[in-house]
Design a protein around this ligand. Sequence first.
Ligand SMILES: N[C@@H](CCC(=O)N[C@@H](CS)C(=O)NCC(=O)O)C(=O)O
Length: 201
Amino acid sequence: MKLYYAPKTRSLRAFWILEEAGRPYEKEEVDFRAGKHQSPEYHRINPMEKVPALTDGEVSVAESAAICAYVAERCPEANLAPAIGDPLRGRYLHWSFFRANIEAAFVQKIANVQIPPSQAGWGDFDRVFNAIDEALVAGGPWILGERFSAADVLIGGDLYFGSEGMKIVALKPASAAYVRRCTERPAFKRAWALNQNETGA
Ligand SMILES: N[C@@H](CCC(=O)N[C@@H](CS)C(=O)NCC(=O)O)C(=O)O
């Protein structure tokens, strides 16, 4: 697998899932300043011309949530996704797809957009973060309970981004403790350094 990334971006989640998976992978920086993301070669990999994106032989996957799901299934030995038929699979899919609500809630907050909660797919800002907090209070330490999964890379990554990074959400205690648990994981620490381009590798 090869990860296309740019420093200090949403590439963090892709690095994180790859570091959790534990298989060797290549990485290639997409130089925004040189317009590499708009090159015909990169456009074929991700028509949105954004990072992260992942290739694996003839396969191309973009969108960080899809990359997390792909890597989890590509590396079953890392146990990052409940298998089809596992009762946890439903909740795993629920939280993996739920992350789209988080991004929408962030945009709503930043742009100060008022939409009736019954018409907004994500409800509203507070409902999104309360739902996550409620799940963690009911049964942590991870979003599926005892089991860490690719859904934590997505939910934990977004909560980290919104609280520590963008500072647009003040997390309740259970969610704040969850973000701390996520960021204390060795794979997260390696991913964070890689996403900062700190390793020089
Ligand atoms: N929905 C995408 C968002 C990716 C995204 O917005 N990436 C930004 C960096 S954080 C980017 O590549 N921006 C460059 C551009 O749009 O020109 C994902 O989750 O992967």
